[in-house]
Design a protein around this ligand. Structure first.
Ligand code: ADP
Ligand code: MG
Length: 238
C-alpha cells in the first residue's frame, strides 16, 4: 500500500508541475488526491470560484500567496484544498506532528473553517483540532500535541506557544492567515509577529484578506517569502 501511495504521490507531483491552470473551471480538473476530490464531491463543490481558480493551482505548486477577494467569494476552499494536498503529498502521519496552522480572527470564523475542513477532509486520515480558548489550557495542550492541523485564534495560539516548552512546530509546512485585514483591525499584529517567530522559515504561507490595505501589505511582507509570493486580487460579481 505504501508503495502504491508513493507512486500516486510522484504522479501527482508531476501532474502539478505540468499543470496549466488556464481555462480550468472545476475541481475535477485539478491535480489533487482522490481523497480531497471525494470530500469536495460529497460536499457538493464542483465549480471553482474566481479566487479559487487563481490561487489553488499556484498554492499547489508551493507558492506563497496574498489573495484578496471580498467576503463570500470562497476563500476558505482556496486555502483548505492546498492545505490537505500539502500534507497528503508529504505523506503526513500522526507521528509527524503539526503540519498546518490556520489562524482566524474570531472563534466563530475558526469554527466555520473547521467545519469546512471536516467536510472536505473526510476521506483523509489527518487529525485536526480547534484552538480557540474556552477550555482548560492543559487539556487543550495535551490534545494539540497529537494534531496535524490546527485552526486557531491568535491570542490562544500564542498562549500555548509561550507556555509549552515541548510545543513542536519544527515540521510545520503551511501557515494560513485568514481574514488578515480583520486580524489587524482587531489589534493582533504583535501577536501574529510573535507566532511567526515560533515557526520554521522554510514553510509555505497563504494569506487571505477581504480588502487590500497598507497594513495587510506590511503583514504580507513580513510573513510571505518575498521572492516567491504571488499577489492575487479576484473581483467577482456576487
Ligand atoms: P469567504 O471566505 O471568501 O468569505 P467562504 O469561503 O466563506 O467565502 O465561502 C462563501 C460561501 O460560498 C460558502 O457558503 C461556501 O460554501 C460557498 N462556496 C465556496 N466555494 C464554493 C464553490 N466552489 N462552489 C459553490 N459554493 C462555494
Ligand atoms: Mg472567509
Amino acid at each position: 500500500r505504501r508503495e502504491r501511495d508513493l507512486k500516486d504521490m510522484q504522479e501527482l507531483a508531476q501532474q502539478i508541475a505540468d499543470f496549466d491552470s488556464k481555462g480550468v473551471t472545476s475541481f475535477g480538473e485539478l491535480p489533487i488526491s482522490k481523497f480531497t476530490a471525494i470530500g469536495l464531491k460529497k460536499s457538493h463543490f464542483t465549480t471553482l470560484t474566481d479566487i479559487q481558480k487563481a490561487s489553488i493551482p499556484l498554492a499547489l505548486k508551493g507558492r506563497d500567496i496574498l489573495g484578496a477577494a471580498k467576503t463570500g467569494s470562497g476563500k476558505t476552499l482556496a486555502f483548505l484544498v492546498p492545505l490537505l494536498e500539502t500534507l497528503y503529498r508529504n505523506q503526513w502521519t500522526q507521528h509527524d506532528g503539526l503540519g498546518a496552522l490556520v489562524i482566524s480572527p474570531t472563534r466563530e470564523l475558526a469554527i466555520q473553517i473547521f467545519d469546512v475542513l471536516r467536510k472536505i477532509g473526510r476521506a483523509h486520515s489527518f487529525s485536526a483540532g480547534l484552538v480557540i480558548g474556552g477550555k482548560d489550557v492543559q487539556v487543550e495542550r495535551d490534545r494539540i500535541s497529537r494534531l496535524n492541523i490546527l485552526v486557531c485564534t491568535p491570542g490562544r495560539m500564542l498562549q500555548h506557544m509561550d507556555q509549552a516548552a515541548g510545543f513542536e512546530m519544527g515540521n510545520l509546512k503551511l501557515l494560513v492567515l485568514d481574514e488578515a485585514d480583520r486580524i489587524l483591525d482587531m489589534g493582533f499584529r504583535k501577536t501574529i509577529d510573535a507566532i511567526i517567530q515560533h515557526l520554521p522559515k522554510n514553510r509555505q504561507t497563504l494569506l487571505f484578506s477581504a480588502t487590500q490595505t497598507k497594513s495587510v501589505a506590511d503583514l504580507a511582507r513580513l510573513s510571505l517569502s518575498p521572492s516567491a509570493a504571488e499577489y492575487i486580487s479576484a473581483h467577482e460579481a456576487a
